[in-house]
Design a binder for this molecule. Structure first.
Ligand code: SAM
Length: 307
């Protein structure tokens, strides 16, 4: 396969590419570029043929002079536009998973369930170009849709989707002792923990995602026999609206964070300096009303070394 097609978006858009059409911060969609097609939205009609040859990130115009941006389908954006066939992991949790599972290029990662493939897409990028993700779901249709998505996003050479009841049967024996990390997003993860332990290399790491603390407690009880360094995290995103503000004198609302912009060059006269100081803008950040709440708990643990 053409390596530039898989991972690097440092090239121009071609016929057949997947692009993320960014309309507004709350409106994006994935579109396959097709020379003879058009995209029609509230901003007008966009000819795909105008997009071909433009770099990813370009602003393109409609017949009514409306515009959208054509973004590269990174795992971060894909997670925001994919079709939800299940609950999915979002990028805040995904980032911690990849960091704490110590996933680097070349790793072999086992995952179950695949769900909508949100996490899988980021795992694939993290193991590229030489590693591989083997992901399992017992739901045939979900597995098939995930495969189609991985084709679309260009990661199918890095991911294999298997149909299997991981809670009932465990991971396939062929992976025994070979996995660098195992990730579980299953309703009863404790049933799959003994198998995950068998699959991991010495020192390998397991992560289990569960929405309820009771699931976490039960998983932790099962982890204690073969795993060590058990840690559970909950990620809560606190986004802030940031804007520039002109202050009257130095009075500021209580509870508002302020980062002062670089000082303006002062006027030569004393009076000028005072006026300049009073009207200088500050950057203010307020917690946004759109903050996301609880998604789940991430429990990490390392396989005990047998000397
Ligand atoms: N982490 C995924 C993502 O980011 O898109 C979402 C996973 S979804 C919440 C859970 C998946 O586990 C479902 O697709 C379900 O079919 C699958 N599942 C449930 N029990 C299973 C089992 N025993 N073996 C394999 N997969 C199972």
């Amino acid at each position: 396969t053409d390596p530039s097609k898989k991972i690097s978006f440092n090239r121009c858009i071609r016929d057949g590419d997947l692009v993320i059409v960014y309309e507004r911060h709350d409106s994006m969609k994935a579109v396959k570029v097709c020379e003879n097609s058009v995209l029609q939205n509230r901003f007008g009609v966009f000819e795909h043929s105008d997009w071909i040859g433009k770099p990813f990130g370009s602003k393109v115009f409609s017949n009514k002079n409306g515009f959208v941006y054509l973004l590269a389908p990174t795992p971060e954006l894909w997670t925001l536009v994919l079709s939800h066939r299940t609950q999915i992991l979002y990028i805040a949790d995904i980032s911690l998973v990849i960091l704490y599972l110590e996933i680097v290029p070349g790793c072999l990662v086992l995952e179950s369930g695949t769900g909508s493939g949100s996490l899988t897409t980021s795992l694939a990028r993290a193991v590229a170009p030489t590693g591989h993700v083997y992901t399992f779901d017992f739901h045939e249709q979900r597995a098939a849709s995930a495969r189609e998505d991985f084709e679309k996003t260009g990661i199918s050479t890095l991911v294999t989707v298997g149909i299997r009841d991981i809670q009932g049967e465990g991971f396939p024996d062929e992976f025994s002792g070979l996995a660098d990390s195992v990730f579980l997003d299953l309703p009863q993860p404790w049933l799959a923990i003994p198998s995950a332990g068998k699959m991991l290399k010495q020192d390998g790491i397991l992560c289990s995602f569960s929405p309820c603390i009771e699931q976490v407690q039960r998983s932790c009880e099962n982890l204690r026999s073969n795993f060590t360094d058990i840690r559970t995290f909950e990620i809560l995103l606190r986004s802030c609206d940031v804007r520039e503000w002109r202050m009257e004198g130095s009075k500021v609302d209580e509870g508002t964070s302020i980062a002062c912009p670089p000082r303006k060059r002062r006027q030569p006269s004393g009076e000028g300096s005072v006026r300049d100081h009073q009207s200088s803008p500050a950057v203010m950040a307020r917690p946004s009303a759109e903050a996301r709440g609880h998604t789940g708990y991430l429990t990490f643990s390392r396989l005990k070394c047998i000397l």
